[in-house]
Each structure stands twice: as structure tokens, then as C-alpha cells.
Design a protein around this ligand. Structure first.
Ligand code: KG4
Ligand code: ZN
Length: 347
């Protein structure tokens, strides 16, 4: 087992990648469907499935351009969690390829993929480890006592952090997705100029759970009280960056500070309790400039290793799926044709 093709279609990216020995990325092709979903302010499941169908064959052909299909030793595919129709496209394609090429197939949990997104830049990690995955669909904290062993310590009780970004952005007329634009605006605002009535929640008996609904309410109240007027729909990113008034910039900074404090607060509590050798991070929100800085500072202060992957590996991609799949394939793990999409799969 050497060369693995990864396929990822759980949400709105059609992705395929070829990775050698779980580490060396030969190709990492991502066809984003963002422009098709943008008019609706979020991912539309039916559109996602159709776009995956349109893009799948070309994306895989690009990914294997160097190795050829004959150079593949195994296929790893995301089989959950995610949108069922979207997962089905990648899974069906992967099964068919596996059958045609007579190479083994393994299904990968999408979040396990995110955990492996640090391996390309940092290599293998030590145990015990903690992992914080923060995306549009997930905000999860895991404890990893040993290889391929995951204990979920906490998760979000309501919105994922990325979802909180997206919803806040929509309220302010900043378009979709909200994370990147709020991140940029926050860099030009002052958090203390837009004080939110909000404290990171400590949920009784669930010290590692997250919640962002209180923050959402605080933002809404602030918008109403301060009579903040959203930007008109349909502005380009550059126009938003040029035209956004100061009150929106300050609110972006204040909101971002609250999200970062919530995430880092829970992680710090877990580091104290579990004393990991290293903290792995991943998911689209880990592209965030303030979060990256806060995570690095926390790790330094706590004397623990931290892995913050390059943005091209933090958002959804298939290289991470190939890397995670490789770890299972080398152990002889296989799935057969009965593998089905599992929209609510737990790790
Ligand atoms: O991991 P990902 O690509 O897809 C999911 O599995 O959800 O994450 C997408 C999420 C979106 O909610 C997006 O707004 C957020 O990541 N995001 C960010 C940034 N870049 C992307 N959030 C905050 N700051 C960013 N720079
Ligand atoms: Zn993801």
C-alpha cells in the first residue's frame, strides 16, 4: 500500500487527491461550488449533489494526471457525516473505481480526515493528543490517547462556530461565506468599541461543550440597539472591504474576539485536565487570523505542541481523506460494496 486516491464530497467541495504513504501530496484538486450556493446564503443540498455529479469525473481525472489510475493502490472516500445526496456521489464513484481497478476501498469519517490535515506539514504526532475541529458544520474537541482512537470530549450544543460567522455576516449584508470577510473587517475594527453583552458559557457537567447561540443573540441585540444598517445585498468582497462603516468593523472585531475566547477557553480547560503532548487543529474556521494567533499563544503559554495547518488543508479537501484512509488501509482495514453514506456518523 503506497499510493491512495482520496475522494471528498460531504458538503460543497468536490475534491480528489493522490497522496503517497499518507504524507506526500501528489495532487490536491478542489472544485468549489460556492458560487452556486452564494445566492441562497448557504449550501443547498440538491444543488450540492448535482454539482458533485457534474464535477466528479473531471476532478478525479485531474488528481490522477500524474500517477494514472494504474498507479493507485487504494481508495479512501468520505462516507459521513455530511449531506446524504452529496456523500452518495463520491461514495458511488469510489466504489465503482475500486471495483474497476481491483484496489481496496476504505470509508473515512470526515472529521477524522480533518485530524489528519496537519500531517503534510508536521508529520506524525505524539500521544496523548487533543484535537479541536472548527468548521461550518462542526465544533468538536477530541482526546486521542493513542493512534486511531478518538474520545469526543465536547461538541457544540447549537451552532457551529463557522455557522455563527455565516449567520452574523448575513445579518450585516456581508454575503456567504461569512468567515473570511468578517475576519478581514475585524482586522480594521476595535472590539472594545462594540461591547457585546456576552460571556463564554460554561455548561454544567459538560465543561468541554461549546455554545454560540448566546453570542448570536448578543449580536442581534447590539445590531438593533445601535441601529446598525446592513450593507446592500450583492456587493463584491472588495466593495464591502472599502465601504463597510466603522460600526460594522467594530462589531466584526468584537464578535470575532468572543468566538476566539470561547474556543480557546474550552481548549485551555482541556489542556489543563488532559495534559496532551500536542494539540491538532483543523476545519475552515482555523483559517481565521485571530484564532490562529490565539491558538499559538495558548500553546506557548501552556508548554504544549500545536499544529495549525496551512489554510489549503484546513478547509475541506481530499488529501486529508487520503491520509486518514491510508492509516486504516495499512492496517488491513477494508470496506465492501455495502458501505453506505452515513449522514450523522459519529467518530
Ligand atoms: O471546513 P469547511 O471548509 O467546511 C465545513 O466542513 O463546514 O469550513 C467552512 C466554514 C464556513 O462557515 C466559513 O465561514 C468558515 O469556515 N471560515 C472562516 C474563515 N474562513 C472560512 N471563519 C472564520 N474566519 C475565517 N478566515
Ligand atoms: Zn469539513
Amino acid at each position: 500500500m503506497r499510493t491512495v486516491l482520496g475522494i471528498e464530497t460531504s458538503c460543497d467541495e468536490t475534491a480528489a487527491a493522490v497522496v503517497i504513504e499518507g504524507r506526500q501530496v501528489i495532487s490536491n484538486i478542489i472544485a468549489s461550488q460556492m458560487e452556486f450556493h452564494r445566492p441562497y446564503g448557504g449550501v443547498v443540498p440538491e444543488i450540492a449533489s448535482r454539482q458533485h455529479l457534474e464535477a466528479m469525473a473531471d476532478v478525479v481525472a485531474c488528481a490522477v494526471a500524474e500517477t494514472g489510475f494504474d498507479g493507485l493502490d487504494g481508495i479512501a472516500v468520505t462516507y459521513g457525516p455530511g449531506l446524504v445526496g452529496a456523500l452518495l456521489v463520491g461514495l458511488s464513484y469510489a466504489k465503482a473505481l475500486s471495483l474497476a481497478l481491483d484496489v481496496p476501498l476504505v470509508g473515512v469519517h470526515h472529521i477524522e480526515g480533518h485530524l489528519f490535515s496537519t500531517v503534510f506539514e508536521y508529520g506524525d504526532w505524539d500521544y496523548p493528543a487533543l484535537a479541536l475541529i472548527v468548521s461550518g458544520g462542526h465544533t468538536d474537541l477530541f482526546y486521542l490517547p493513542a493512534a486511531l482512537t478518538y474520545e469526543r470530549l465536547g461538541h457544540t450544543r447549537d451552532d457551529a462556530a463557522g455557522e455563527a460567522y455565516d449567520k452574523t455576516a448575513r445579518r450585516l449584508g456581508l454575503g456567504y461565506p461569512g468567515g473570511p470577510i468578517l475576519d478581514r473587517l475585524a482586522q480594521t475594527g476595535r472590539a472594545e468599541a462594540a461591547p457585546l453583552v456576552y460571556r463564554p458559557p460554561l455548561i454544567p457537567d459538560a465543561p468541554y461543550d461549546f455554545s454560540f447561540s448566546g453570542l448570536k443573540t448578543a449580536v442581534l441585540r447590539y445590531i438593533r440597539e445601535q441601529q446598525i444598517v446592513p450593507l446592500p445585498e450583492g456587493l463584491t468582497r472588495d466593495a464591502i472591504l472599502a465601504q463597510a462603516p466603522d460600526n460594522i468593523r467594530h462589531l466584526a472585531a468584537s464578535f470575532q474576539q468572543a468566538v476566539v475566547n470561547t474556543l480557546v477557553g474550552v481548549l485551555e480547560r482541556a489542556i489543563v485536565a488532559y495534559r496532551p503532548r500536542v494539540v491538532l487543529t483543523g476545519g475552515g474556521v482555523v483559517c481565521n487570523s485571530a484564532l490562529r494567533q490565539a491558538l499559538a499563544e495558548l500553546a506557548e503559554r501552556m508548554g504544549v505542541g500545536i499544529r495549525i495547518p496551512h489554510p489549503k488543508y484546513t478547509t475541506d479537501n481530499a488529501a486529508m481523506i487520503a491520509a486518514a484512509g491510508y492509516a486504516h488501509l495499512v492496517r488491513g482495514e477494508r470496506h465492501n460494496w455495502s458501505l453506505e453514506p452515513a449522514p450523522s456518523l459519529r467518530l
